[in-house]
Ligand binder design. Structure first.
Ligand code: ZN
Length: 684
C-alpha cells in the first residue's frame, strides 16, 4: 500500500500469498491469522480489478474459473498403470522373490508410502506453470479437469523448475471436511455424501470450479512420470525434489532397507490409519532405484517394481466375475460371484446385489471392479462399481428368463420390498412354477427358522424336499424317524431329538406362527403386533382388512398383503392343515397400548444388547417409532447394544458420526421410550 507501482505491489502480494498458502496448506504451519491472509487476498483482488492488464493466469486470485459444459479428454504422455495388490506379508515376500529372480539380490531400498483412497490424477507442468490436470481415466486417456485442479490451494500454480513433466498424485478430501459438508447438507435437507472417495470424485468431476473450490480438495503427489529423463536416479530423490517445489508429498513415506522395515511401516500405518484425516486402504511399495525399475520392467497391466499392500478391512475392492440368481422363499435374487478377496479377516467370494433396481441404479456390470462391504454379521454386499476403471468389456446384468432351480419361466414385476412395510417398491423376479422345489425348500427353511425348530438346517430341509417327504411346511409335523434316517446319515439319538424339537414347535406362541407363515412384508415385529390384536390363529385368519388396519404398524399395503395371502386357495388349504397341528395356549393378557413416545423417529439398531434385538425393535414399534436397517439422513438415532458383540457394525457408527446422528445405547432407548425425552449427556 505504500508502494506506488501497482505492478510491483501485485507481484509482492502474489509472492506473499503463495508463501502463506504453502505454509498453510502444505506445511500446516501458518504464520499469519486467516484474517490477515484474507486482507492480502482482498488487496490483490482490488489491485487486479483496477489494473486488468496485470492479471495473469497463475495469480492466486485466478484459482477459480468459469463453469464448463463438458470435459475434454487427453491422452497421458506416460500411461498411468494400475498396481498389483498384495493382501498379506506372504504376498509381499513373493513379490520380492519375483523381483530378485529378474534383478538379483539387491532390490532394496524400497520406498513405502501410504495409499490414500482418493482419485488418481496427472498434473502437467510446463515452463514452471501448472498447465493441465487430467484424471487417471482408463490409464491411457483421462478427463481434463484443469479448472478444478487449480482450485486446490495446496497445489502450486507455479513452480521454480522449468522442466516439462507430468506429476502424479492423488486428489482427496479430508474426513473432517466430509463431516462438515454432510452436516450442512443434512441441515439443508440434502442427501449426504457417501464417503471421502465419492466426494473427491464428485468434486473433481464437477463442471463448475466454484463448486469444487468449496469442497476442500487436497492433492498429494507421489511420482514424476519423467523422473529418469529429468536426471533423477532414485524415487526418493524425486520425492525430495517435489517437496522443494512446494507440493504436499506423501509425508510419512519411508525408505525401507529391509523386509523388517517394510513390516514395521505397515503395522504402524495400520494401527494409526483410523486417526488420520484421510481414508487410506493400504501401503504402496516401490523399488527406489530408477535403473532397477527399468530392468524389472512392466507386465501388461502393472509395473513389476511396485505393489499395493491392502489393509484387511471391512470394505474391499474386487472384480465381479459373474452373477448367479438364487432362488429364495419368495423371489429369485441376484448374487455376485467375486474374485476372492480378503474382507474383515475372511475370504469373500460372494456378495449380495439386493435386487435388479439396485444393479441398475448403481450401474453394476459383470467385469466391473466393485467395492464390497461386510456389515457385521450380515452377508457382504456390493456397495458400488468403480465406473471410472472400466475397460469397455463389461456386460450389463439382466434377470434370468428361466428359474435356476426348476427351469420354469420367470416373471419380473414390481412389489413392496420384502419385510419393510412402507419402504417402497422394488423390481423382483419370481418363479411362476407353484411347485418349484427351490422356492419350497426356502419356504420350509424360513418356517423352521421362525418357529425356532433346532437341529433342522437348510441342507436337511433340501433333502427332505427333494425326497418328496416335505411338500409344505406342515409336512414337517408328519415326519417319522425312518424318514429322517433315510435322507441324511445321522444317529438315532439325533433323529429323536429333531422329532422332539418339531413336536415342541406345535405349541409355539401365535406371534411365532404368524411370522413363520411367510406372508410378504410380515416379519417378526408385525407378527408380534398381530398376535396382540388377535387372540387365536382362527381369529387372525378371519381378520378383515379393516380389523387389520387397527393394529399399530399395519398400514394399507401390509393389510393387503395379509388378506391376499390368507385368501389364496393354495394357502387356505395348507393353513387348514397347519391349524390342525397347532396347540394353542390362551393369550396371556390383553396388549397394553404404549404411549407414542417415539412417534416419527427412525432408529437403527446394531450390536449385541442384553436383550434380543427383536425386543428392542418391538419396543420401538410399540412406541410408534420406526426401525431401519441402515443409517441414512433419515435416521434419528443409532442404537448400539451395550455388549458390542458380533452384530456390532462399526461402519454404522462411523456413518452416524459423519452425519452427526446421535448414538445411544439400549438403556438410552428404553428411557427414551418411557419418558419421550432424548437421553441426556451424550448429545445436545
Ligand atoms: Zn422354479
Amino acid at each position: 500500500m505504500t508502494t506506488t507501482d501497482p505492478a510491483a505491489r501485485i507481484e509482492e502480494l502474489r509472492r506473499r500469498i503463495r508463501r502463506h498458502e504453502w505454509l498453510y496448506y502444505v506445511k500446516g504451519e501458518p504464520e499469519i491469522p486467516d484474517s490477515e491472509f484474507d486482507r492480502l487476498m482482498a488487496e490483490l483482488r482490488n489491485l487486479e480489478e483496477a489494473h486488468p492488464e496485470l492479471i495473469s493466469p497463475d495469480s492466486p486470485t485466478r484459482r477459480v474459473g468459469g463453469a464448463a459444459n463438458s470435459f475434454d479428454t487427453e491422452r497421458h504422455r506416460v500411461p498411468m498403470m494400475s498396481l498389483d495388490n498384495a493382501y498379506g506379508t506372504g504376498d509381499l515376500r513373493e513379490w520380492i522373490a519375483r523381483m530378485q529372480k529378474i534383478a538379483g539380490e539387491h532390490v532394496f531400498p524400497i520406498v513405502a508410502e501410504l495409499k490414500i483412497d482418493g482419485l488418481s490424477i496427472s498434473l502437467t507442468y510446463r515452463d514452471g506453470r501448472l498447465e493441465a490436470g487430467v484424471t487417471r481415466g482408463d490409464g491411457r486417456v483421462g478427463d481434463v479437469v484443469t479448472g478444478n485442479i487449480r482450485t486446490v490451494r495446496s497445489l502450486p500454480l507455479t513452480i521454480e523448475s522449468r522442466f516439462d513433466m507430468d506429476i502424479r498424485g492423488e486428489a482427496w478430501v479430508p474426513r473432517s471436511k466430509l463431516a462438515e459438508l454432510n452436516h450442512e447438507r443434512l441441515a439443508a435437507g440434502e442427501e449426504p455424501f457417501k464417503n471421502c472417495r465419492n466426494l473427491a470424485s464428485g468434486s473433481l468431476k464437477n463442471l463448475d470450479p466454484s463448486v469444487t473450490a468449496g469442497r476442500g480438495l487436497r492433492v498429494t503427489v507421489y511420482d514424476i512420470a519423467q523422473a529418469r529423463e529429468l536426471g533423477f536416479t532414485s524415487h526418493w530423490e524425486s520425492l525430495e525434489f517435489l517437496g522443494r517445489q512446494g507440493f504436499v508429498v506423501n509425508a510419512p513415506a519411508r525408505l525401507c532397507r529391509s523386509f523388517e522395515d517394510i513390516e514395521e511401516y505397515i503395522s504402524t500405518a495400520d494401527r494409526l490409519r483410523k486417526e488420520l484425516d484421510f481414508d487410506t486402504d493400504g501401503v504402496v511399495l516401490k523399488v527406489d532405484s530408477l535403473a532397477l525399475r527399468r530392468e524389472l520392467g512392466v507386465t501388461a497391466k502393472a509395473p513389476r517394481w511396485a505393489i499395493a499392500y491392502k489393509f484387511a478391512q471391512e470394505q474391499a475392492v474386487t472384480r465381479l466375475q459373474s452373477v448367479v440368481w438364487q432362488v429364495g422363499r419368495m423371489q429369485i435374487t441376484p448374487v455376485a460371484v467375486l474374485e476372492p478377496v480378503e474382507l474383515g479377516g475372511t475370504t469373500v467370494s460372494r456378495a449380495s446385489l439386493h435386487n435388479i433396481d439396485q444393479i441398475r441404479e448403481k450401474d453394476i456390470r459383470v467385469g466391473d471392479l466393485v467395492v464390497v462391504e461386510k456389515a457385521g454379521f450380515i452377508i457382504p454386499y456390493v456397495v458400488e462399481a468403480r465406473r471410472d476403471e472400466r475397460t469397455g468389456t463389461e456386460t450389463t446384468i439382466e434377470p434370468p428368463e428361466a428359474c435356476p432351480a426348476c427351469g420354469g419361466p420367470t416373471r419380473v414385476c414390481r412389489e413392496a420390498e420384502e419385510g419393510i412395510p412402507g419402504a417402497g417398491e422394488s423390481t423382483v423376479v419370481h418363479c411362476t412354477n407353484a411347485a418349484c422345489q427351490g422356492m419350497l425348500a426356502r419356504r420350509v427353511t424360513y418356517f423352521v427358522t421362525m418357529m425356532e425348530i433346532e437341529n433342522v438346517g437348510p441342507q436337511l430341509v433340501e433333502r427332505l424336499v427333494s425326497a418328496g417327504l416335505v411338500a409344505e411346511p406342515v409336512d414337517l409335523f408328519r415326519l417319522r424317524r425312518e424318514d429322517l434316517l433315510s435322507v441324511e446319515r445321522m444317529g438315532e439319538k439325533l433323529a429323536e431329538k429333531i422329532l422332539a424339537n418339531i413336536a415342541k414347535a406345535r405349541a409355539r406362541p401365535l406371534a411365532k406362527v404368524i411370522a413363520a407363515l411367510g406372508i410378504p412384508n410380515v416379519g417378526a415385529v408385525s407378527a408380534e403386533d398381530l398376535a396382540h390384536r388377535f387372540p387365536t390363529f382362527a381369529a387372525f385368519r378371519a381378520a378383515s382388512a379393516d380389523q387389520l388396519l387397527t393394529v399399530p404398524g399395519i398400514g394399507d399395503k401390509v393389510a393387503q398383503c395379509i388378506t391376499g395371502f390368507l385368501a389364496e386357495p393354495a394357502n387356505v388349504a395348507w393353513l387348514d392343515r397347519l391349524a390342525a397341528w397347532l396347540i394353542e395356549t390362551p393369550a396371556s393378557e390383553a396388549p397394553t397400548q404404549a404411549a407414542p413416545t417415539l412417534a416419527g423417529k427412525t432408529f437403527v439398531i446394531t450390536g449385541e444388547a442384553s436383550v434380543p434385538r427383536s425386543e428392542l425393535e418391538t419396543l420401538v414399534k410399540r412406541h410408534g417409532g420406526r426401525v431401519s436397517g441402515s443409517v441414512s439422513a433419515k435416521t434419528n438415532y443409532l442404537v448400539i447394544g451395550s455388549l458390542e458383540g458380533p452384530g456390532y457394525t462399526s461402519g454404522k457408527k462411523t456413518k452416524a458420526e459423519s452425519l452427526g446422528i446421535p448414538i445411544i445405547d439400549e438403556f438410552g432407548l428404553q428411557s427414551m421410550a418411557e419418558s419421550g425425552n432424548a437421553p441426556g449427556g451424550e448429545h445436545a
